[in-house]
Design a protein around this ligand. Sequence first.
Ligand SMILES: C[S@@+](CC[C@H](N)C(=O)[O-])C[C@H]1O[C@@H](n2cnc3c(N)ncnc32)[C@H](O)[C@@H]1O
Length: 404
Amino acid sequence: ITSNVCSDFAADDNDDSSRSAEQDDDVLTAQLIDWLLDNGAYINDKLAIKQVDPSVPRGIYAIEDMEAGETVCKIPWKLILKPSAEDLAKGRERDGLSDCGTIEAVFHAITAENDDMTPYGRLLRHQPKAYTAPFWSQKAQQTTEFDELPPHGVDELIDEVKSKCNVDMDDKMYRHAAMLVKTRADYHVMVPFYDMMNHHNGLTNVAHVYNPFYYIKPDPIEQTGYEIVTTKPIKASEQLYLSYNHCKICSDYLDWFGTPEMFAHFGFVEPLPQRWLFDFARVKFDLDYKDGNDTTGEIVVNFLVPPSEKGIASLQEELTRLESFSSMHQNMDYESAGISSNEWQSLWQYYNALHDALTYAIELSKREILTEDVWKLDDNWWVQDGTLSAADVDEHLVQPTTSK
Ligand SMILES: C[S@@+](CC[C@H](N)C(=O)[O-])C[C@H]1O[C@@H](n2cnc3c(N)ncnc32)[C@H](O)[C@@H]1O
């Protein structure tokens, strides 16, 4: 996976050329924890934040065995970056308003004068810049036929910020703030410590206690803090993992938000299990190891909607198109392509994942009975895990039928 994207970009972070050794990730993280504890946060003392090797991203690990149901952290409302009280009072609908207020709050946190900058602001400022596709350089977007290879619609993420928020997206720090919000916020809240948790749908072992999106009074998060608990026993040295799309508060993302969307929003290719939804072919499937625990074993495709002959033929066309993209670019290096090595690596990681997913789906569809029934359905042919939420049908919002 793309784990080294983060650390590589940290090295590219030339905004802080005067950065001293004290500002390195471990120091910034230690300062963050001290600040949180001094200001009323609870953080379970069986945990440590670390990067165990350069090929995996920094994350939260158990350093002692933990039981299911233990509190991981409780982060007080006052330490959370969020829109102004005035904006919050207008409601928490996902109309972009909340995101705008959060981007503004993050911008101020990362650009505060030295003495006013909190350890959270410092850590966020130090995070890798522009590593998700919507924030790539223009050159990368053009050279790599941006709109063709990475998932479609990545540019919408920035367009949405530009059209809804009164922020200057040509300003480097505003762009960084926007990317931080897109990659680290839960809806309208940026929660220190909690936002260091990585994603894995096969190894999820923590959950939210409260949903920040459902606004009830008195708001439990304002009262008791942002609280996360373990959902399984976790052994010392294991990593704590959240799911960014199949979690208790993920109803907007639950059904349609798969590996391509994860790449577009968060800038990494998720490990198996992966979900792929190809609307143009009306094919939707999960890709996983046959024996979930054996990551060297056979890979299986679980079609979530019966595949059709027409759909598989479209996937084949897409695979051919991809291969012509690859034969045009694969022998180049990032310098001759004129883009950064991180953009180049990230692009090919996604290419390989997409290529593999298409190849598996085409190959393993030969074991299925193909039926054209999916083409008789309406645009919501893909809804599987939940039921459509009436208010937001156009946005393909789904609500879980069971709590996860
Ligand atoms: C909310 S932050 C998670 C914490 C982050 N690793 C850190 O160092 O603070 C989200 C970012 O973490 C990275 N990330 C999360 N899960 C990952 C995974 N399974 N593999 C690679 N990178 C991951 C991605 O760069 C993503 O944009």
